[in-house]
Each structure stands twice: as C-alpha cells, then as structure tokens.
Write a protein that binds this ligand. Structure first.
Ligand code: SAH
Length: 253
C-alpha cells in the first residue's frame, strides 16, 4: 500500500495525528525534500528506508514504490502542505492504478492555511469577500488562459497566489489590469510556520519592491484582498443574538 500524506506547511507538529501514525509505521518514505520539514523523518522507524524525491524523477519515484510493493512493504509518499494543491500526485496515482498498486491519501495543512494562521487572518470576511481564489502565475507549468490573474482579480475576492514569488512585477501589473488598485492591500508570507518565517504587509503595487528589499525569492505565498486591511466587515449571522439555528433559538429584536 502506498500512502500519500500531507506533511503540513512547515512546523513539524502541524502534521495530522493520522499522518504521524502512518510515518511511524512506514517501511519506506519518499519525501519531497525541497519543502518537507526533515524533523518529521525522525519519527520513522529505525529500519525505514528514506528517499528524497527532490533528486528523483517521477519514474524513479514509481520504481521505489513498485520495488517496495513487491516486497510487501508499506510506503509513504510525503508531500508538503496538502498533496491536493500543486502536489503532482495525480500522475503518480494514475501509474499506480495502471500497475494495480493500491493507494490512499491523508490530508495535510496547506501552506495557505498556515499563512492565514501566521497573519491571524480570516480569508472569508462577511461583507468583504466570501471566496478564496488559489492560483499561480504561469511558469514552467502553464496556466490556462481562461484562468488569467486579470480575470480572477476582476472578482475582488481574496486571492492566494502560490509559486509566483519570482514574478512579482508581472503579478502586480496583471492584478492592476484586472481591477485592483496600486494601494490595494497585499501580503507576502515567507516560510509560514517555519522557524525562519517572515511576513510583510504591503500593497499590490509594492509587491516586487518588498520582496527585493527583503531578499524573498521563493517559498512564499502572496495574499491579496481587502480582508488584509483592518477595515469594516459585517459580523456573522451565525453568532448573532437574533439569528435562530438548529442548535440555538434567536431572540427577536
Ligand atoms: N501542496 C503545498 C504547495 C506545494 S507548491 C501546499 O498545500 O502548501 C510549493 C509552493 O507552495 C511554494 O512555492 C510556495 O509558494 C508555497 N509554500 C509551501 N510551503 C509554504 C510555506 N510554509 N510558506 C509560504 N509558502 C509556502
């Protein structure tokens, strides 16, 4: 059995209880060495074989999985954050299916949740934004034209932008073309929940300058939207004294 496990955003105690149990019981671990916290590997058993996928191709990763499956061993594929976002898991799962190798997934805390916790941020403030757009700027992996930054910016919903720290001039320009202002609130969160995490509150127009001045060029998320400003929002209906729910009877005004 192959188990895809989310390692969480950085801090080693942000893995799930289930994920940690799976690591402790693994015979083989293939971890994404570029971003997974190596402290998590200390929980592996003494006999566990450990591979760093940062120096492997997809074919090599699959070969390790096939070899351990033939020996009846349990393999963990440890991905950063939650494997469902930019995790390149589908291509592994498809090959495992072709080879009739069983697999399952254990979620993790994505870095976009880690970043919100660092900033004490609620992405979905009533009266401000009720949606979160998770996207990236095109890099080696192209983004379909219909998902352009400009088109998402037009919604003025909260945006969390992955994998784009090296392209902030372009990002700012496209956000502004889409409808954001130079002075719309933005944040750069570098290595959220790691010991060396850094956060910078800035504006859409000053993203590139802020990153340059602070020498941030990778492992960061860009957050855009009015939820970052300590401005006006509406209180929740759910906790309003006048609002009845299945669990609580509201009082009429
Ligand atoms: N599956 C991961 C994302 C992998 S893509 C997740 O759910 O978080 C790698 C990108 O994620 C990085 O380039 C960066 O943009 C972002 N990232 C991952 N960990 C991060 C962290 N701790 N802080 C800020 N950004 C992070």
């Amino acid at each position: 059995m192959i188990r895809f496990v989310g390692a969480g955003p950085g801090a080693s105690d942000l893995i799930t209880v289930r994920g940690l149990k799976i690591i402790k019981e693994a015979d083989v671990i293939i971890y994404a060495g570029s971003l997974v916290n190596k402290e998590l590997l200390e929980y592996a058993g003494k006999e566990c074989q450990i591979f760093n996928s940062a120096v492997m191709t997809l074919e090599e990763v699959i070969q390790v999985m096939v070899d351990s499956e033939e020996k009846g061993l349990d393999t963990v594929r440890l991905h950063t954050g939650d494997p469902c976002l930019y995790g390149a898991v589908r291509e592994q799962m498809d090959i495992l299916e072709q080879k009739n190798i069983p697999y399952e997934s254990c979620p993790g805390v994505s870095s976009f949740c880690g970043a919100a916790s660092v900033l004490n941020l609620e992405y979905t403030l009533p009266g401000v934004s009720q949606s979160v757009v998770i996207t990236r700027v095109s890099g080696r992996t192209p983004v379909p034209d219909k998902e352009s930054i400009e088109s998402f910016a037009a919604h003025q919903a909260t945006m969390v932008i992955f994998l784009s720290t090296g392209m902030l001039e372009e990002l700012s320009k496209r956000l502004i073309e889409g409808g954001y202002q130079e002075d719309s609130p933005a944040a750069i969160v570098y290595k959220a929940t790691w010991k060396d995490e850094k956060t910078f509150l800035c504006t859409v127009g000053s993203l590139a300058m802020t990153a340059d001045e602070n020498k941030i060029s990778k492992t960061a998320l860009i957050i855009i939207g009015d939820v970052l400003s300590r401005g006006r929002y509406e209180r929740s209906q759910l906790y309003h004294p006048n609002f009845s729910t299945q669990f609580r009877k509201g009082v009429s005004e």
